[in-house]
Design a protein around this ligand. Sequence first.
Ligand SMILES: NC(=O)c1ccc[n+]([C@@H]2O[C@H](COP(=O)([O-])OP(=O)(O)OC[C@H]3O[C@@H](n4cnc5c(N)ncnc54)[C@H](O)[C@@H]3O)[C@@H](O)[C@H]2O)c1
Length: 334
Amino acid sequence: MSLLSAPVPLLRVYWIGLLVILHQLRHRLLSRCPAAPVFPTQNGKVAIVTGGAKGIGYQTVKHLARLGMHVIIAGNSESEGQEAVRKIQEETSSGKVEFLYCDLASMKSIRQFVQRFRAKNCPLHVLVNNAGVMLVPERKTEDGFEEHFGLNYLGHFLLTNLLLDKLRQSGTHSHNARIITVSSATHYVGKLHLSDLQSRCSYSPHGAYAQSKLALVLFTYQLQHLLTANESHVTANVVDPGVVNTELYKHVFWVVKVAKWMTAWLFFKTPEEGASTTIYAAVSPEMEGVGGCYLYNEERTKSADIAYDEELQRRLWTESCKMVGISDKSSRVS
Ligand SMILES: NC(=O)c1ccc[n+]([C@@H]2O[C@H](COP(=O)([O-])OP(=O)(O)OC[C@H]3O[C@@H](n4cnc5c(N)ncnc54)[C@H](O)[C@@H]3O)[C@@H](O)[C@H]2O)c1
């Protein structure tokens, strides 16, 4: 283990965070407050939003419910989930929000969630892979995976794969089903260690978070490739919400917490602002039939160069299939 294996990822993550914050500030100062976009109603559509009880996910659920969607919050806290359902029902007068337990740090729990969802016999038009943790101390998921990689990435990898047939059945030529995955600007400084995906050789919370977010971008591009090859009426896009004032920062150094507490009103997006690109990807007519994009501030933008490496996308997909115990259908496509 090198002496620099912890400080270098830390500096990289703070550096990219600072750049995003400055960009957000410039955007806020220069742009006149645009009117919130109006999206078509979504009556009859069904969405799953992971981590929809708090932060960006909560705002996403609220907006989709307001548009008439039936939204299922997939989360690992029954009490927080039920509280979110109650609040959203009150605020939107929509009765079509519910909570289903799903711990993304447990492959068993994800499989049980999918079974319970299937038992409802309803379609699935939108899957939002939003839940996440950041900078958690070194620890493992129930299945023995490093927590950032296991929960942020592998959990969503398995969930998406188990729900793909539902999404395929629900999408049509003119109304594709949509998969939206929430990544982060930290993916730009992420490194994917294919030979040490679980960070066993050296652990840095910053490096592990950035790696999980880069993996989500690689996953989305490979997924879109497979969906296109199978002529599925399903699209997959990845979004970057910006730097948003949520509880995600609960594991940062106390000095950063104090700085955030004092300046968030100026430098950070609100959770509502942070959810806007996810909502855009989920319901905007402009995104109909469009997949394989990295979206930031409701616009397509370039992700890290490494994320376009098709060989890396394929290798990560194959490794991920082995880790979560599903068959690798990608080898039949490429
Ligand atoms: N806040 C930011 O500045 C920021 C920046 C870039 C990307 N993101 C990403 O946005 C997404 C949402 O984060 P947020 O900022 O709203 O944070 P948050 O902490 O408010 O919300 C995270 C959600 O994930 C859920 N979650 C955590 N562990 C889970 C588990 N084991 N199983 C199921 N759900 C679990 C939490 O319950 C919560 O609802 C995350 O993927 C995060 O990486 C956030």
